[in-house]
Write a protein that binds this ligand. Sequence first.
Ligand code: TMP
Length: 237
Amino acid sequence: MAGTFVTFEGIDGCGKTTQLELLCAALAERGIRAVRLREPGGTAISEKIRALLLDPANMEMRPQAELLLYEASRAQLVTQVIKPALEVGAVVVCDRFFDSTFAYQSGARGLEEDIIRMANELGSCGCTPDATVVFDLDPTVAWERATHNGADRLEAEGLAFQERVRAGYHRAAELEPERLRMIDAAGTREEVFSRLVEALSDVLPQLEGLDVAAFVARQADVERAMADIAQGLGEGA
Ligand code: TMP
């Protein structure tokens, strides 16, 4: 396909969403408007499935039902948004994709790897990322960040569950070392962003020569200005 498909992976609270925002801002500076998505979600139907999946009231959900709901959300997103975007040459950046299913539903929930592979093939409708970045972080460090706004259904499974998810990602990266690029997610956001840009240099040559320190500093200024504007709007209301 004409476009570029990049996915971000990692345990809950690993910081990938902040890095995804930085990546999209860096691409925008270079005139590339990336299609930014998240899984589960990204279409009206997929967002409804997301609400069902993350609702802490649904603790009785069985692993098989959970697997199929993630795949249903994915099939809708791939066919309705991802494939059409790639066909017209867009850069698509998705926060989680089928490697999450491998790490969470196999690594952590214990479903068989072969079943996950078949389900992923169906759910992704044959769409595979060009590159996947796995943000690797100790779950005890990520925990505070993941749950400070309250835990969703998956986060409510606790720290041991996140350890198994992390092991699942390590296994996935061993199986497909070329597509899955594991980076250390510890450190400042500038340090992690620098590792991210390096990890994606082959699939996103548009970022070649980016001065990461200067870009992250510019971005911090923009965020401060936006926060001031939002506060001003709040006070005016
Ligand atoms: P998040 O968008 O806040 O990361 O929440 C999504 C949650 O769903 C997260 O805990 C990971 C989990 N998940 C799976 O268990 N399997 C999947 O296939 C996907 C995409 C997410």
